[in-house]
Design a protein around this ligand. Structure first.
Ligand code: PMP
Ligand code: GLN
Length: 399
């Protein structure tokens, strides 16, 4: 093997591709395709939050806020979790970050020591592995499969070693739209307690749940309060992905370490946005119910349209995403090939679920984002339906 030790750049980044989200959004921009790939809404965002941010920008400070976040936002996050998830966090246990991505980076950099193993589940969010490796850790991947995406005790036991220190998990899950249920959360909690693991819980989709389901944090499960980092993002709660306001919550000994890492990553987050998010988190319960109902209606519209067009759609209990099962839809292409084809030939961008696996990927599912206006969803369905008809005709004709 060639000696690469003199090449510039850290090995984690040298051969890395640009993220699938950036790639597909770039292709959508180039080709003019409807972008159901990268997860973002096409609406401008809640007007009251936009006004609150504009007002704060003009009339409040634009200088460095406190490193751990505006006191108003730290208090609002704690109060929001008390109201919506029955939790008992104090404002001092909340550290504001520049998005959940920074919270993930800060948590891993602060806590992982060289050689520590971190359990993760695939499909996994693309930032996890490079961040674990850059922090000096080693990822142990537990592979989950459709349609149930179940986590079992045997899978966990098979992945653990004497060096395992952390579980890094996402719930509700991007890209599958799964909400990990009570039974599996209890299993995970027992496992963390039994093996003395700290859980880093990426819960950015906690408010984007459907059919009346209420998110339960792993931190709220008995035994987990002191051994969890709970990560959230205003980008998802308020459908404002460009704001990049997030936070990480943990008991004081962990929170102190997390703040140390945050202070030398971004140090602070724009104060006007923090102020507006603090206002938003205090909205009454029915405000969040209305947001969820609107997102659920978009999910149902896309699912119905695709089903009527002959596509097999997997259920989505949460997030902005649903998956199409290519195999069950009669399409003889893998997910990556299908996504390449539809962006050019159908004018729709999507994300192959295989991009969420480091290896041994599930290759027959494609993720679509449904937080778009009705006419955009309808047009995307019409284009995908026509593409499917052409694909079926060419399979039948060409053998
Ligand atoms: N984790 C998951 C599971 C996500 O889906 C996302 C973004 N969609 C993030 C983290 C990143 O969130 P943010 O934009 O707040 O950094
Ligand atoms: N989390 C978003 C998604 O799943 C993408 C965020 C990003 O592009 N970094 O679509």
């Amino acid at each position: 093997m060639a000696d690469r030790s003199t090449e510039p750049g850290h090995p984690v980044y040298r051969d890395m591709a640009t993220t699938i989200f950036e790639k597909m959004s770039g292709l959508a921009r180039e080709t003019g395709a409807i972008n159901l790939g990268q997860g973002f809404p096409d609406a401008p965002g809640p007007p009251e939050l936009l006004s609150a941010a504009a007002d704060a920008l003009l009339n409040r400070s634009n200088q460095y806020p406190p490193m751990a976040g505006l006191p108003e936002l730290r208090a609002a996050v704690a109060a929001h979790y008390a109201e919506h998830q029955g939790m008992d966090l104090s404002p001092q246990e909340v550290i504001v970050t520049s998005g959940a991505t920074e919270a993930l980076a800060a948590s891993l950099l602060a806590l992982v020591r060289p050689g520590d193993e971190v359990l993760v589940f695939a499909p996994l969010y693309d930032a996890y592995l490079p961040l674990i490796e850059r922090a000096g850790g080693v990822a142990r991947v537990v592979r989950l499969t459709p349609p149930a995406w179940r986590i079992t005790q045997d899978m966990l036991e098979a992945a653990i070693s004497s060096r395992t220190r952390f579980l890094l998990m996402n719930n509700p899950v991007n890209p599958t739209g799964v909400m990990i249920g009570e039974e599996e959360l209890a299993l995970l909690a027992d496992f963390c307690v039994g093996h003395d693991l700290i859980a880093i819980c990426d819960e950015v989709w906690e408010q984007v749940t459907f059919d009346g389901a209420i998110h339960c944090s792993l931190m709220a499960v008995p035994g987990m309060r002191e051994r969890c980092v709970k990560i959230g993002s205003a980008g998802k709660i308020f459908a404002l992905t460009g704001w990049k306001v997030g936070w990480m919550c943990a008991a004081p000994p962990l929170a102190t370490l997390l703040a140390r890492a945050h202070q030398f990553l971004t140090f602070t987050t724009p104060p006007a946005l923090q102020w507006a998010v603090a206002q938003g988190l205090g909205k009454p319960r029915d405000w969040f119910d209305l947001q969820r109902a609107a997102t659920q209606a978009s999910r149902d519209r896309l699912a119905r349209g695709l089903t009527d067009a002959g596509f097999a759609v997997l259920p989505s209990a949460a997030t902005w995403f649903l998956s199409v099962d290519l195999r069950a839809s009669g399409i003889a292409m893998d997910d990556a090939a299908f996504c390449e084809r539809i962006v050019h030939d159908a004018g729709v961008a999507a994300i192959p679920v295989s991009a969420f696996y480091p290896d041994d990927a599930v290759t027959h599912l494609v993720r679509l984002c449904f937080t778009k206006s009705d006419d955009v969803l309808d047009e995307a369905v019409a284009r995908l339906a026509a593409f499917r008809q052409r694909a079926l005709a060419s399979t039948a004709g060409g053998g």
